[in-house]
Design a protein around this ligand. Structure first.
Ligand code: S3P
Length: 433
């Protein structure tokens, strides 16, 4: 299983922001993370690959970033670009941030707004706060109090990273708890940070960070990415007779909403062994083919399974009964409009479904999906992987138009799945058709 993408990006950032040598093992060597490695280099770090997943970062420390000489190109990566904007915001340097056609469509205003409060200026931006964006970091970064309007770990993390170079305490409030890797790494690298429950039922978070710490380099172990694990996991559930073991999957409670949901659907997923590695719970999961039942997925679960709705929709297509996924508005601003892309993919493969406002309803085929569709992936790795998995058990083959973006998060996906018995064929397409 590939290393976790969220932690891998952050490993580059924390390596850059601490003085001395950070060693990383299990790093995801996907294209998104390699762009963050390039950005860390451009900002002054020495970043070297020592072996597979094993990297060494010689950082410069908070307050000592170098002025990048060229545009920082983050490719397809929302996380890399947004978190690095946070890092830059607290430093008196100017940087131009850009990416591919998918990243250029994604909203950045949600990051720019709080970072401006810290003292960052937007020198130039494409229409509507999109990339390419040139930002000028604060001469003197200011501590702020910020309540995130959307449940987004990227927004929260950008603010915390921006506030790292501000003297004093910064508070970030999030309406629903989102993945907490930035907070955990800040504490692990020696920053003073306090995380408290927030809101009426305590499901939000109030995070208080004391700025200008000296971050001390620490070894980072990157566990397997639960978002990537979801693909073989659902594959095993829908292909009759499957019985697989997924090793070392990170079980951070803020990341495993999809496992909770699949268990509710009747999935046979059992924890064979568990341990704590690099500060995270990890587990070996045994997954066996299962008869799945449709369920209602509550909107408040979205932050803990935000990237897993496309593959959950595939599981739902094979389930009996209706699965209703509530509150999917954030899916519209991922690598593509995932709500629309999932619906189009379901349609192409004759899976009955409906979009009602922000909710997606999938009417399951009781173990049967007709297939036969060509799915447009819109430069989105998770759309490509989800529909390839759908094709493993469908009556007719499922085609996706582009597999190249899979390498952003899961290099080796085709090989791994082929070893489990998947049969993928490249088809020559007529570009004019
Ligand atoms: C991520 C946060 C999520 C997620 C993304 C990774 C992170 O995005 O979709 O793949 O590492 O912080 P949002 O914070 O925009 O929901």
């Amino acid at each position: 299983m590939p290393g976790d993408k969220s932690i891998s990006h952050r490993a580059m950032i924390f390596g850059l922001l601490s003085v001395g040598e950070t060693r990383v093992t299990g790093l995801l060597e996907g294209e998104d993370v390699l762009r963050s490695a390039d950005a860390a280099r451009a900002l002054g770090a020495r970043v070297e690959r020592l072996g597979e997943g094993h990297w060494r970062i010689q950082g410069v420390g908070v307050g000592s970033l170098m002025q990048p000489k060229e545009t920082l190109d983050f490719g397809n990566a929302g996380t890399g670009s947004r978190l690095m904007m946070g890092v830059i915001a607290g430093h008196a340097i100017t940087a131009r941030i850009d990416g591919d056609a998918s990243l250029r469509k994604r909203p950045m205003q949600r990051i720019l707004d709080p970072l401006k409060l810290i003292g960052m200026q937007v020198v130039d931006e494409a229409e509507g706060g999109r990339c390419p964006i040139t930002i000028k970091g604060a001469e003197t970064a200011l501590p702020i109090h910020y309540e995130t309007p959307v449940a987004s770990a990227q927004v929260k993390s950008a603010v915390l990273l921006g506030a790292l170079n501000a003297a004093g305490k910064t508070t970030v409030i999030e309406p629903e708890a989102t993945r907490d890797h930035t907070e955990k790494l800040l504490a692990y690298f020696g920053a003073e940070i306090l995380v408290e429950p927030y809101g009426l039922n305590g499901t939000g978070r109030k995070i208080t960070l004391t700025g200008q710490p000296e971050l001390k380099p620490k070894p980072i172990f990157v566990p397997a990415d639960p978002s990537s694990a979801a693909f073989p996991l659902v594959a095993a559930l829908i292909v009759p007779g499957s019985d697989i073991l997924l090793k070392g999957v990170m079980m951070n409670p803020l990341r495993i909403g999809v496992i909770t949901t699949l268990l509710e659907m009747g999935a046979s997923i059992s924890i064979v062994s568990s341990s704590v590695e690099g500060g995270e719970d990890v587990a070996d999961l045994r997954v066996r083919a299962s008869h799945l039942r449709g369920v209602d997925v509550p909107a408040h679960r979205a932050p803990s399974m935000i990237d897993e709705y496309p593959i959950l929709a595939v599981a739902a297509a094979y389930a009996s009964g209706t699965t209703r996924m509530n509150g999917l508005h954030e899916l519209r601003v991922k690598e593509c409009d995932r709500l629309a892309a999932v619906a189009a993919g379901l349609h192409a493969n004759h899976v009955r479904h409906e979009i009602m406002g922000d909710d997606l309803l999938v009417y399951g085929g009781c173990g049967t999906v007709e297939g036969g569709g060509l799915v447009e992936t819109h430069m989105d790795h998770r759309i490509a992987m989800s529909f390839l998995i759908m094709g493993l058990s469908s009556q007719k083959q499922v085609c996706v138009d582009d597999t190249s973006f899979i390498a952003t998060s899961f290099p080796g996906f085709m090989e791994n799945m082929s070893r489990l018995g998947a049969d993928f064929n490249a088809i020559e397409t007529d570009q004019t058709a």
